[in-house]
Unconditional design. Structure first.
Length: 264
């Protein structure tokens, strides 16, 4: 539902296709799983080339990672004052603080300074993509995308920083109460998150203090809200029919209906 809805936001350059499948492993039935495209450059997705030897190449960034992975600061990831654990997914670096690595680190820090001061952030950020990304974040109540986990951004060579693709909604829709206790307000600005840097607030906390940004956000929401809601409701109906028999087999195998599983 989240990905189908995000596809309606045309300021998001690419949104993965996500379908449900019944999985068999070596002939053994394993239940219903989500099957989605991988986020990467090329392959008919984000058609950019990342070259670790070129300053201001194209960069794919993700906030957050699996703590079991070995990461090297200044090579694989970096921090800003308000965003922690920004992973450089593409290009891959084998040395710390290369010229092209320093370029994206400095770019993100300069962009953040412009956001915090509300002075010239439009020169660094594709605001239209940021607003569409924030709309899908709020529409699904996806606290992970508040610069926490699986929050994607990319900077094409010679262009501004863009937000997206939309990804990772397993803890959205009220499915992870540890991130947020109330669903009455905004997930992006009505909460302070300990995973963030200074003051536990994000870029959004500053941007919504700018009347120009707020007005643009409201206008875009008014433009797309009806289509987003209808797409979400239609997807529920379509998936209900598509999974009518599969969900029975799934819950016969996995007795988890109405049970709390994981940390949510």
């Amino acid at each position: 539902m989240a990905h189908n809805t995000a596809k309606k936001l045309d300021n998001l350059e690419y949104t993965p296709t996500h379908i449900a499948v019944e999985l068999y492993l070596n002939g053994e039935y394993m239940g219903v799983y989500g099957f989605a495209e991988k986020i990467e450059f090329g392959g008919g997705k984000l058609e950019y080339t990342a070259d670790g030897e070129t300053v201001d190449t194209s960069y794919l960034l993700e906030v957050g990672w699996d703590y079991n992975d070995d990461m090297v600061y200044g090579m694989n990831y970096f921090d800003t004052d308000y965003i922690l654990r920004i992973v450089i997914k593409e290009p891959e670096f084998t040395k710390r603080y290369t010229p092209s690595g320093n370029y994206i680190i400095n770019y993100m820090k300069e962009a953040e300074n412009a956001v915090v001061s509300l002075n010239g952030y439009e020169e660094y950020i594709d605001v239209d993509s940021l607003i569409d990304y924030l709309i899908i974040t709020e529409f699904t109540n996806n606290t992970e995308n508040v610069f926490y986990r699986s929050c994607y951004m990319y900077k094409p060579s010679g262009e501004k920083l863009k937000f997206g693709p939309a990804w990772d909604f397993d803890m959205a829709f009220g499915n992870y109460s540890y991130d947020i206790k109330s669903y009455d307000g905004w997930c992006s600005i009505d909460n302070k998150f300990t995973h963030l840097g200074n003051d536990s607030v994000s870029w959004y906390s500053f941007l919504f203090k700018d009347p120009k940004f707020t007005e643009k956000f409201v206008l875009r929401w008014d433009e797309v809200k009806d289509e987003l809601l209808q797409t979400a409701l239609d997807t529920v109906d379509i998936q209900e029919k598509a999974l009518a028999s599969a969900q029975v087999r799934n819950f016969e195998l996995w007795d988890i209906m109405d049970k709390k599983i994981g940390a949510g």
